[in-house]
Design a protein around this ligand. Structure first.
Ligand SMILES: Cc1cc2nc3c(=O)[nH]c(=O)nc-3n(C[C@H](O)[C@H](O)[C@H](O)COP(=O)(O)OP(=O)(O)OC[C@H]3O[C@@H](n4cnc5c(N)ncnc54)[C@H](O)[C@@H]3O)c2cc1C
Length: 451
């Protein structure tokens, strides 16, 4: 088989590339390893319930991407008002922070200390030195007090290493535009300046975030192109400066597809490993230094209409093993059968961590224990539980990653007919809007470079 364009990965970036190219009547095929499109932004259906791989809100400042998503989903898009909490020292705090709630919970003394720590940072003579680690970045902007209260433990839970080893890049992308000024403005005037972490409402499809991928995929198929599910790209054949084709494993069958142009959205490290002939040893070695952090979800199905009032709740403290929970029915009532609800708890870990190896029963039991402890569920209300493992969910930005990353990008740039896109594919901390944007951009670059 020979194809004009081969797209590796059917997450949002691969599908957006496929959608853009399908609109232009291009001949293409998408290979997706799993049995469903959407990648990290899929919605899983189980026993009449629906849940995302961690609650996914859609928000963008890019008007074109917003229009694309609105056009695709039409009436299915809901506007959801965000209600987030942080659980600390046995109490629930509002997020974005609310001064009264914080003073009531922590006391005036602790709040004043955090504010004076911030003033101290602002008065430092050498405060313009570029922050390399997450710790430096947050302390220089918010002071040590706020860093220790709200950022340190949560970041260490997400990444599993101390904050002085985590690159500043992750936090600067995650809380883009956030400052004391914006926090105070948002608390006093409910005004977010479109800062992603402070926005008070977002878009969400009534049947889960996976609807975006489903619509993109339906349009690709409608244009006469194929999306092959359960198809893992295992080997990528190249010669001189071009990719020639891919070997795909579909169940027990292994076949070769030749292509003219390629877009890869699969993890950049898998791409390097699949290249044949093999890249030089130093490239293979460097690529093994780029890591992804895994995620798993423990989903608890409940026989009651509501467990919380929140869209999300964060649990920074080490004593609680999960980092965040969300209740999908607070995003859309269509996420569960009538009078039932679900809690989805997110855990972050590495493959070698003991917790990644625990049985489903142990993980569910442990989650129930802590959800009871923080007052969210009662054992008697539980209908069922399920564990979903999501390998390679987060590109892992330790402070040295850039050294290796640039060499990998430099090596891959020799392939004139290969274009990278997406969060895992480009090793970027992209949200959905950026993943979509990067897929469309890769498609545009491909068309410009097509000979
Ligand atoms: C817990 C969590 C919460 C998030 N919340 C939000 C949010 O609220 N808002 C937001 O905008 N974004 C959020 N995101 C980010 C969002 O999920 C991503 O930006 C987006 O889904 C990335 O899409 P992608 O196509 O780039 O990558 P992926 O979704 O990773 O897609 C890559 C695809 O390639 C496939 N693949 C891998 N290897 C192979 C292979 N060898 N052969 C074939 N196929 C392969 C995978 O199965 C996958 O489908 C969140 C992410 C996580 C992990």
């Amino acid at each position: 088989m020979k194809k004009e364009i081969i797209i590796l990965g059917g997450g949002l970036s691969g599908l957006s590339a496929g959608y853009h190219l399908s609109l232009l009547n291009k001949d293409l095929i998408v290979f997706e390893e799993s049995n469903q499109v959407g990648g990290l932004a899929k919605t899983i259906e189980y026993g009449g319930f629906r849940f995302d791989l961690g609650g996914h809100r859609f928000f963008t400042t890019n008007k074109e991407i917003e229009k694309l998503v609105k056009d695709l989903l039409g009436d299915e898009l809901l506007i959801v008002f965000r209600r987030s909490k942080i659980y600390l020292k046995g109490k629930y705090f509002d997020y974005p922070l609310n001064p009264k709630n914080i003073i009531d919970g922590l006391g005036v003394k602790e709040v004043l200390k955090a504010f004076f720590d911030f003033l101290y940072e602002k008065c430092k003579i050498n405060r313009n030195i570029e922050a390399v680690s997450l710790e430096d970045w947050v302390i220089s902007r918010f002071g040590k007090g706020l860093y220790e209260l709200f950022f340190k433990e949560y970041s260490e839970k997400v990444w599993g290493i101390p904050c002085n080893r985590i690159s500043a890049e992750w936090i600067s992308q995650r809380i883009q535009g956030l400052s004391w000024k914006s926090l105070i403005k948002s608390a006093l005037f409910k005004h977010s300046d479109n800062i992603p972490t402070l926005i008070d409402k977002f878009l969400y499809p009534s049947h889960g975030i996976g609807s975006i991928a489903d619509k993109l995929s339906a349009n690709i198929i409608k244009a006469g192109n194929k999306i092959n599910l359960n198809c893992k790209v295992e080997k990528i054949i190249w010669e001189r400066d071009r990719i020639k084709g891919v070997y795909v494993k579909e169940g027990e069958v292994y076949y070769y597809v030749e292509g003219e142009m390629f877009i890869s959205t699969i993890p950049i490290t898998s791409l390097i490993k699949s290249l044949f002939p093999k890249p030089p040893d130093d490239i293979l070695k460097i690529s093994s230094y780029l890591k992804y952090r895994h995620l798993f979800l423990v989903v608890i199905f409940l026989n009651k209409p509501k467990a919380t009032n929140y869209t999300w709740c964060y649990f920074p403290e080490k004593e609680i093993p999960f980092g965040r929970i969300h209740e999908p029915t607070n995003w859309s009532i269509d996420m569960a059968p009538e009078k039932k609800t679900i809690i989805v708890a997110e855990y972050f870990c590495n493959e070698e961590d003991e917790i990644w190896q625990l049985s489903e029963g142990q993980l569910i039991e442990n989650t129930i224990l802590y959800l009871e402890k923080v007052g969210i569920i009662k054992r008697i209300e539980i209908l069922d539980g399920k564990v979903i493992k999501v390998p390679m969910a987060y590109p892992f930005f330790d402070i040295d990653y850039k050294k290796y990353y640039s060499k990998i990008i430099d090596y891959l740039s020799r392939f004139k007919n290969l274009f990278l896109a997406g969060r895992t594919g480009m090793f970027k901390y992209y949200n959905m809007d950026k993943a979509i944007e990067s897929g469309i951009q890769a498609a545009k670059n491909l068309l410009i470079n097509k000979v």
